[in-house]
Design a protein around this ligand. Structure first.
Ligand SMILES: *Cc1c(COP(=O)(O)O)cnc(C)c1O
Length: 379
């Protein structure tokens, strides 16, 4: 077993860039030459192309995925004290914006096989104060949207999809229709952070909706609550996708499906090696969604995870823990309503999960080196 020549990374943005370098460099230069840095034609073109790709009526670009979530909640008119239900097992941004707006984050557990929000737990958490559900399409596949939409309809709730990790994934509804992740709920939010599946070369984000009136509101809020220049109808924020990022995203959007295929090839390789290992649990596929593998996440409950990561690190193989601490046990989100043991699935996952390198540029030699190394430690 030999080390590969190229440094192994969780995400290899450099090799991916090298393949599209002439196009990207020209597009960046073009924006600089035009000096249309803010709200230029590249932003409008990207917006239109993403609307077409997602088959959604409105895409509202903004500065990052966290802003996308915040603007969505502001646009829906959620008020201080309103309860918003979300998953305990997610990136902090999801709960952060809820708390920041003075809303009450109501956390629920996830299901053990797909890591997605537990619909039965959502139903139990609904009170007269509940106004919205924020499902997170974690690691690249959709939450159980049919069941979530049904609950939302029954209780008159908004659904805000946190789609930062699953852009491009297809949700297959029980009625036979297929929709893109993020276009099923009232509103969908995504991030173009460089390491996301559709990543730019800085910060970026977007909000999706099919609701015309809501789209107008979201656009206004993202732009200082301004309806017409210097006329401010509501308190807004300053949240823009800049033209250079939009120009890069236009190029990368054309490859998004190819990138998903490459990620799936990596996942299949990992699956095949680890599938029947008694101590390694490979990620399950939901029956209602395909997977775009933002992360490939193993469950290693019977393995000394810390020692394994050290063993891999000594072989120059990175491995990450997404996420090490459940939200309800994070200092910032401690709440007398919750204590250790309340969300057993999330707590177990935080103790057991480990994500392997996952990106569009992994070759078989590298995958063999990674998997051989894992198996050398996990006997
Ligand atoms: C990345 C991410 C966000 C936040 O996106 P930023 O662009 O970093 O603000 C929100 N939710 C989830 C689940 C994410 O993975």
């Amino acid at each position: 077993m030999t080390k590969t020549a190229k440094k192994i990374q969780m995400v290899d943005l450099k090799s991916q860039y090298e393949k599209i370098k002439p196009e990207v460099d020209a597009a960046i230069q073009n924006v600089i030459d035009s000096t249309a840095f803010i709200n230029g034609p590249e932003v409008k073109a990207f917006q239109a192309e993403l609307e077409k790709y997602l088959a959604v009526k409105h895409v509202i670009p903004c500065a990052n995925g966290t802003d996308a979530l915040q603007i969505a909640m502001m646009g829906l008119g959620l008020k201080a004290g309103d309860e918003v239900i979300t998953a305990d097992f997610t990136y902090v941004a999801t709960a952060e914006v809820i708390a920041l707006l003075g809303l009450k984050p109501v956390l629920v557990d996830v299901v053990p096989n797909t890591f997605d929000i537990d619909v039965k737990a959502i139903e139990k958490a609904i009170t007269p104060k509940t106004k919205a559900i924020v499902p997170v399409h974690l690691f690249g596949q959709c939450a159980d949207m049919d069941a979530i939409m049904l609950l939302a309809k029954k209780h008159n709730l908004f659904v805000i999809e946190d789609n930062a990790q699953a852009i491009g994934a297809d949700y297959k509804s029980s009625d036979g229709t297929t929709k893109k992740a993020g276009t099923i709920g009232t509103v969908g939010c995504t991030s173009f952070f460089p390491s996301k599946n559709l990543g730019c070369y800085g910060d970026g984000g977007a909000i999706f909706t099919n609701d015309d009136a809501l789209a107008a509101k979201l656009k206004m809020i993202a732009n200082h609550g301004q309806s017409v220049q210097y006329i401010h109808d509501s308190i807004g924020v300053n949240s823009r996708l800049d033209s250079i990022q939009a120009a890069i995203l236009r190029i990368k959007l054309r490859s998004l499906d190819t990138y998903a295929t490459a990620r799936n090839k990596v996942a299949s390789y990992y699956d095949k090696v680890f599938e029947n290992h008694p101590k390694i649990k490979t990620p399950a596929r939901a029956k209602f969604s395909n997977h775009v593998f933002h992360q490939y996440t193993l469950q290693l409950c019977e393995v000394d995870r810390t020692a394994l990561r050290e063993f891999l690190a000594a072989k120059d193989i990175p491995a990450m823990i997404y996420y090490p601490i459940p939200l309800h046990l994070q200092k910032a989100y401690l709440d007398p309503r919750y204590k250790a043991g309340d969300f057993p699935v999330t707590e177990k996952l935080c103790a057991c999960v480990m994500s392997l390198p996952m990106h569009t540029e992994l070759d078989e030699d590298t995958l063999k080196y990674i998997t051989d190394s894992v198996l050398e430690f996990v006997k």
